[in-house]
Design a binder for this molecule. Structure first.
Ligand code: C5P
Length: 338
């Protein structure tokens, strides 16, 4: 018997990149939101030894460089289990698409393998394995709305918000390499610092967008609280809002959080900027690159509007899908359901 799991995607609601850390990773701040689009991952433990990855998509590696492989190896060791692990991945999400698909596949493989082995790792073991294998894995152990700090692996569950309709567009452009996008960001930050130095200006470099992100998210998180409970908010912008309860997610993105990858990815992939504009023209309340791309998404007021926008974009040749955000409860409920 094999265990099948839905491996959901995430989008980033804002992503602020900071300086390079001594370990070579970048500090970052982001809000992850899981969404209903997903791959399917099936895990079976057979007689024998080793790990086998099966996937029809030739762009998915089937050797030890696959995140599922690296997770399975660690889970088998942690559970002191024996056998041959066969992982079948049915790809629906784009490869290098900024939706965290490979990371989500790996977490799905971990959860399915535990079930298949009838074993249960301690939460700390799960988290350690996930963060060792990649910065984007731990968020999928939380699901719903998640604050990401550190190199993205330090995750905090945020209070879930009412589901929102969205359209995700997978363009025909090649996938965007995340390390490449970070390197381009560094080159841009260095050029900006050199320009500042040449003009005699001192002051902050890459931490600026991190600080802005923090102050805006803090303002949004504390918007519903009485001032005393929120602590001193002097100097912190307050989120402009009408009825906070109606559109809290839109309040957040409209507070001005942005994805720092856009200014380095869009010039190299102008088609992505055009997709963002098309989503805005089709009525998206907010549109953005997800992660380092290449997926661009738009948030809409209703399912009808999202479906109409997806159809319009699809008529123009794009792979555009209407979907919804997933709360933590929905995420865990639908993960194992067949
Ligand atoms: O953590 P993960 O292995 O998914 O990261 C892939 C690559 O992306 C890293 O090797 C690094 O080059 C880059 N990265 C980074 N800063 C982060 C996350 C990833 O520079 N916070």
């Amino acid at each position: 018997m094999s265990v099948g799991v839905r491996s959901f995607a995430k989008i980033n609601l804002g992503l602020a990149i900071g300086p390079i850390r001594p370990d070579g990773y970048h500090s970052l701040r982001t809000i992850y939101q899981t969404i209903s689009l997903h791959d399917l991952v099936k895990v079976e433990v057979q007689r024998g030894a080793g790990i086998e990855i099966r996937c029809r998509d030739a762009r998915v590696p089937t050797d030890e460089s696959n995140t599922c492989w690296r997770v399975a190896e660690r889970v088998m060791k942690a559970c002191k289990a024996r056998g041959k692990v066969v992982i079948a991945i049915e790809k629906r999400l784009p490869v290098q698409g900024g939706l965290g698909a490979a990371s989500s596949n790996a977490v799905a493989a971990m959860l399915a393998l535990e079930r298949e082995l009838r074993a249960s790792l301690e939460p700390e073991q799960r988290w350690r394995i996930a963060s060792e294998v990649g910065s984007d894995l731990p968020l999928f152990l939380v699901g719903g709305l998640v604050l990401g700090l550190g190199r993205g692996e330090e995750v905090y569950a945020l209070e879930d918000l009412p589901p929102l309709d969205l359209v995700a567009v997978f363009t025909a452009e090649a996938g965007v390499s995340t390390p490449r996008a970070f390197a381009d960001w560094d080159a841009r930050a260095e050029a900006a610092a050199a320009k500042r130095a040449a003009s005699g200006l001192t002051g902050s470099g890459p931490s600026t967008t991190m600080d802005m992100f923090s102050s805006r998210v803090f303002a949004w998180l504390t918007a519903g609280l009485p001032r005393a409970a929120a602590g001193s908010t002097a100097g912190v912008p307050t989120a402009e809002r009408g009825d906070r309860a109606e559109t809290p997610l839109l309040d957040l993105v409209r507070a001005g959080i942005e994805n720092d990858f856009e200014p380095v990815v869009f010039p190299k992939h102008p088609g992505l900027r055009e997709v963002k504009r098309e989503l805005e023209r089709a009525g998206a309340r907010f549109a953005s690159l997800s992660g380092s791309g290449s997926t661009v998404y738009g948030l809409f007021d209703s399912a009808g509007q999202a479906q109409a926008a997806a159809q319009k974009l699809a008529e123009g040749g794009a792979r555009a899908y209407a979907a919804t955000t997933l709360t933590r409860r929905q995420y865990w409920r639908d993960l194992f359901s067949s």
